[in-house]
Design a protein around this ligand. Structure first.
Ligand code: ZN
Length: 193
């Protein structure tokens, strides 16, 4: 199990100033019914079985319909594997306890039981992620703004540059416009997620 350790407050180099646009919803691009809500965006650096974790609160402009996407972190490959093995192991336990008697008639399945459970878990996981799709004009089911890059000063830990990925192209263009000087100075980076 990997344990993230929260870090204390970190400082930004003065040149790293970031402004988020408020012209449209950062997910679907709608221009009405907007509010500004903080998206808790975590950055974890793993080191063996522990890691350091930083949480940034990004003040994003969002419409009512997309508000809940700010609470959905993008699942990492690691999390998907973890869920896959938990489902497979649960199926395996069920099969050997509840289904042992009926399985004994299917020699091939009982000889390769864990592989079958892994395959079944994979199908469950595929179905699970297939229904987690953005609705309407939404560009993402998950966080519409992601942290793509973080460069820190080795000794002080001060943030030297930061990069974001955006799922909405119009919101990205607005971000690039209002953060032009910091982007040109290489302190802020912005691209499509
Ligand atoms: Zn929206």
């Amino acid at each position: 199990m990997i344990i993230p350790i929260p870090l204390g407050p970190v400082s930004f180099a003065p040149e790293v100033s970031v402004i988020f646009p408020n012209s449209c919803c950062c997910n679907c691009g709608f221009k009405s019914g907007l509010s500004i809500i903080n998206q808790d965006t975590k950055k974890t650096n793993y080191f063996l079985f522990a890691g350091t974790e930083l949480t940034f609160q990004l003040p994003l402009t969002i419409c009512n319909d997309c508000e809940k996407t700010l609470k959905r972190r993008v699942p990492t490959l690691f999390h998907k594997f973890l869920v896959l093995f938990v489902i497979a192991f649960t199926l395996f336990l069920l099969a050997v306890t509840v289904g042992a008697h009926s399985l004994s008639r299917f020699q091939f399945i009982s000889n390769n039981l864990f592989i079958f459970c892994l395959f079944a878990a994979f199908l469950v996981l595929l179905a699970f992620y297939a229904i987690r799709r953005p609705s309407g004009k939404q560009t993402s089911y998950y966080h519409p703004v992601r942290l793509s890059l973080l460069e820190r000063e080795l000794t002080s830990g001060e943030i030297k540059s930061i990069g974001f990925g955006f799922t909405n192209a119009a919101y990205l263009r607005d971000f690039q416009k209002i953060n032009k000087s910091a982007i040109q100075a290489g302190r802020v980076h912005a691209a499509r997620a």
